[in-house]
Design a protein around this ligand. Structure first.
Ligand code: ADP
Ligand code: MG
Length: 223
């Protein structure tokens, strides 16, 4: 399929470009940071904190970008899926509170064994949960995360939000690097997530519901 091939080529090219860019950016940023710290040392200047914070933020951005575009081979191990999901939901709870969003985790059982790279699956879930939080906006939002066996071989993780919803045109473009409808979005979250789930022989699907968006991630189960 031509579209898919083009997308893959774009991703590969993006990976090469970003590695170079990140490398080129990191060094001058580190040296600017050092000089700024030195310059402000004596004067205890009010702008010092701002400059350093912003520099650190740039550094973090470059690191995230590099992470996103330089796929590392998954380190898969037998894991309990519900524990991974639970830990991720707990991790995001503080931020959810700031967004005025309730997050509920409803596992069907707590014994689903999957063969996964735990930190990669957490990264996917964080991306989905952040999108869900951003979708609900200022209104009192609700996110429901659940895990269910759909048959002997497959488990599905669902993330349901009551946010703005997602149109077909957007669903079709998900996975395209840099595709975002947000002012401050990078459009990288779902492109990474899609790749990670594919590398786990799973699937990720988006559906518009009457009340918001439902994302389903299916993964193979270890019997
Ligand atoms: P970003 O969040 O930086 O925009 P993503 O790759 O995470 O990039 O998402 C791409 C786009 O998919 C978003 O800009 C948004 O339009 C759409 N989207 C993703 N998740 C949701 C959701 N839960 N509700 C509504 N739209 C969503
Ligand atoms: Mg996102």
């Amino acid at each position: 399929h031509e579209d898919k091939l083009m997308r893959l080529e774009k991703l590969a090219l993006l990976g090469q470009l970003s590695a170079g860019l990140a490398h080129e950016l990191r060094n001058p940023m580190q040296s600017v940071r050092g000089f700024v710290q030195f310059l402000f040392e004596e004067q205890n200047h009010h702008y010092k904190d701002i400059v350093l914070t912003e520099l650190d933020r740039m550094n973090q951005l470059v690191n995230d970008f590099l992470m996103a575009t330089q796929p590392t081979a998954p380190k898969k191990e037998k894991s309990v899926l519900e524990e991974i999901v639970e830990e991720t939901v707990e991790l995001i709870r503080g931020e959810a509170h700031l967004y005025n969003v309730e997050v509920h985790f409803v596992p069907e059982t707590k014994t689903t064994i999957v063969f996964v790279d735990q930190s990669q699956i957490k990264q996917v879930l964080i991306n989905l949960l952040k999108n869900a939080m951003e979708a609900v906006g200022e209104a009192l939002g609700k996110i429901i995360v659940s895990t269910k066996r759909i048959n002997q071989e497959t488990v599905v993780i669902e993330v349901i939000d009551n946010g703005v919803g997602i149109s077909m045109t957007i669903i079709e473009r998900i996975g395209e690097p840099f595709f975002s409808t947000k002012d401050e979005g990078t459009g990288l979250g779902l492109s990474i997530s899609k790749r990670i789930i594919q590398e786990h022989q799973g699937m990720i699907e988006f559906k518009n519901t009457q009340a918001g968006t439902k994302v389903s991630v299916t993964l193979p189960v270890v019997s």
